[in-house]
Every structure is written in C-alpha cells, then in structure tokens.
Write a protein that binds this ligand. Sequence first.
Ligand code: ADP
Ligand code: MG
Length: 501
Amino acid sequence: MSEKEVRLQVRNISKTFGITKALKDVSFDLYKGEIHALIGENGSGKSTLTNMLTGIYSMETGKFILDGEEVHPKDQVDANDHGISIIVQEQGTLDGLTVAENIFLGHEQRFIKGIIRNTGAMNKAANDLLKKYGFERIKANRMVDDYNFEDRKLVEIVKATYFEPKVVVVDETTTALSQEGREELYKHMRRIRDYGGTVIFISHDLDEVLNMSDTITILRDGDYIDTVDAKDVTSDDLKRLMVGREVTGNYYRSDYGEKVSDEVVLSAKNVSVPGLIDDINLDLHKGEILGIGGLSESGMHEVGKALFGASYDRTGEVVLGDGTHINDIPTAIRHSIAYTSKDRDNESVVMNQSIGDNITLPSLGKLTAFGPFISDRKKNAFANKYAKEISVKMVNINQFVSKLSGGNKQKVVLARWIGADSDILILDSPTRGIDIKVKQDIYQLMDSMRKQGKSVLMISEELMELIGMCDNILIMKDGKINGEVKRDPSVTENDLIAKMV
Ligand code: ADP
Ligand code: MG
C-alpha cells in the first residue's frame, strides 16, 4: 500500500460560545484521497469545527494546516480560494439569484471584463457544468427559487465541487436528501476521493458512515476521542465511542415490515380541547406503538391527557374496542389504561410516598386480604416483584421516590403500570432527561409489551426515538394532526420536521 500523504492537520482547535466549550483542544490529521467521517452525538462540535475550517465561524485558538501551510479562511469565498468548500445541511443557495449566479457566487470576476459582466458566458459555463454532472434539467439562467430543496442541493454540489477543491465538507446533507439525491452526492464524494481530494463527511447514519468512509474521527462533547479505520469497526463500536459507554444490543426496535393488527383498541373521534387541540381523530391498534410528535406547543401533550380522561373541557369521543367511553381517569384505569405524564415529578409520581406505595397505587383493589382491607404482605410482595422486574435501582421499596434519579422515578411509574397489567399505555415523553442505559431499558420494555399484544401511544419530542420505535407516527402542528409517517428504515428526522413546522 502506498504511503498516505497528509492533506490537513487540525491542531489544538478550541472554540467557546459564551459558557459552552464547543471544542476543546482538538487535533487530528486528514489525508489526501480519503473520505473522512466526523461523527458524534448532537452538540459534540462537528459543525463548529467544519464551520471554522470553511470560514463560516471565526477561529479562536489552534491552527488548520493545509498541505503544509497554515490557513485562516475569513469567509466562504476565501476558503474556496484555498481549495476548501462546504455543502451544509440547511439551504445553502441564495434566493433571488440565478442558478449560475449561485454557482459562481464570489467568483464572478472570471466573467467580468472591465465593468461589463458577461452573463452569457457565465450561464454557458454553468450549463456546461450542470451537463457534466448530469443535472441538465436544472437551467443556469433560471432563478434558483424555481427549484425544490433537492434540486437546490444539486446546485450546491456543483458549486462546492466544480473547481476540484482539496477539501470538501459534507455536513449532514444526506439527512435532507432522498435516496436518489444521496446517490448523486455519494458519486461526487467518491469522485473527489479519486482525484486525491479529501471529503469530510458528517452524518448521523452510521451504516452510511461505514459504507462511505475510509477513516472515522469521533468527537464527544467537544473532545477529540479517536480516529479509526472504517474497515476495523462496527456500528456498535462507533456508538460506544460516541456515547462513552457500552451500548450493547439493539437500542431501538430493529424489526421492519411487521404488519400491525387491524384490531382497534382505542380510538379518538373528533376530540377537541378549546385552545389546545382541535378535532383529533386516531386509532390505536392491538400490539401497535403509535407515536405522536410535534413541537412542544403543538398540542401533542394534551392528546395524552385527553385520551386518559384527564382533560377538563374535552369534546368528542374516546372509545375503547369494546365500546366503553373514557371520560374520566377512574374509568380509564379500570379499563386497563396507563398514563405517564411529561411532568413526571408533579403528575406521575407521588414524591413523598414510598416506591412501594407508588407502584401499588392503581392495583390496590387486587391486594385486599379481608373485605376492604389491604394486605401489607401482598402489597410488599407485589411492589417488590414489579420494582425488580424492571430493575429500579433502590435500597428497598420503602425508600421515598423523591430520593431517586429521574430515570429510576420513571421506572417506578412504569413498574406501576406493568403491575396493573395495563393493556394500553399512554407514555408522554417516557425517556425525557433519562440517561442512555435506562432509555435502552425503556425501549426494550416497550418492544416486549408490543410483542405481548399491548398497545403503546408514545408522545415524544425526540424525533429519533419516534422513528426508531413506532409503527406509525402522527405529526401535530397547531393543535391538529398534520401528517402521518409509517415505520420505514428510510425515514429521517427531516421527514418529520417538514410536517411539524
Ligand atoms: P454538532 O454539529 O456536533 O451537532 P455543534 O458544533 O453544532 O455540534 O455544536 C457544539 C456546541 O456548540 C453545542 O453546544 C452548540 O449549542 C454550540 N454552538 C454551536 N454553534 C453555536 C453558535 N453559533 N452560538 C452558540 N452556541 C453554538
Ligand atoms: Mg452539526
């Protein structure tokens, strides 16, 4: 194998935003002719690093050394002049300019003689490029506004790569693209590698990262963690490096294409709550995990309350499979419906009671000994059984819930409803503020409940868990259901965001 030649040396780069240390003394090397992935959880500093390299953010401390010379791009055009370009996740072309003007933005001097801009020559050059890239359907003289997001990304690919740059950054661009658009981008990433260029590839899709890249650098919380050869690692290795802990087994559900039962266990018909939700209709099926996503204020949290009989001025109907109408909480609990609130501390757990009391709360009717008297022995045994079943970390069941961590409080809430043998679980933000290990436990619990034929309605602001766990996702906007996304491995966060805003 031929010796790799260094292209870019990242040296001691740090960057602070207010009190946030976005990057802490990051150093690593990138080589010529490689696709070098940069991965890390949200907020780990990937974009900050590449934005500094491409002149979008100013430098603070540290150096970028390109082909042996220190570079300090002061803006994107200056970066281009050094042979560095970027394709961003969001819209990277400018409205009000033609396709050609976007491609040559900042580099128009090529087409200017004296004071005259030769628009014809610029359009011709742009059309030639578009043709070379196979994007003939995009016309150089048309306004870029005339094209959709996907086509505008193709224009950006041309803009960022036509001059055979030394380093091209692709920052989470694929998330927003269809499979077809991704393939186009992949093709050009490989082309750049083939002429000896370096691609810095940022993506959340670890399979894509492993397929496309030669080398992978991991950032965590602004720290440089490691640089590895893609052929030496698995996606589990990468996850472990990203989160800094062992994450074994599946995180989310891994099945696709399973058919959901036709049996409806709960339906909402024209459910409204003045000022909060408007005419909600939905069916929850047996064995289904149905998701509700949206912005926090979209009304989605109220839907959970309304289905549990906990909304005061609700109109419309909430009906179970057997025809029972749910209009109040006691009826909901009697009919095997569980509910966990987003506001866990105020609405789900009773803080100043023991773990045991919290777990047995809805099941006391089953724990009587003589007449109406509760058997302490039965109660303790019951609480112990379910606390252990989902491994609540505790001294014993007499410990007050107020002393537990958020994740363990949530486990107590879930143990309560598992103990009550609920058939329908309405879980609002079940993993909010919970660490990754307990999250995984909760996901596995949801998956096993589904397999037992129980039905889960998960309301969540975390798009990835909706995508990872649900058979079907309803997206809410302004109090209404604004769209529906079916379970599929190709669903991205942007598919949901598009319906949320
Ligand atoms: P990544 O791209 O890995 O998701 P970023 O580089 O965007 O992460 O962010 C790293 C950290 O820096 C985050 O805590 C983020 O909130 C912060 N950050 C990034 N850009 C800015 C900015 N322009 N102003 C303030 N904070 C920022
Ligand atoms: Mg980013």
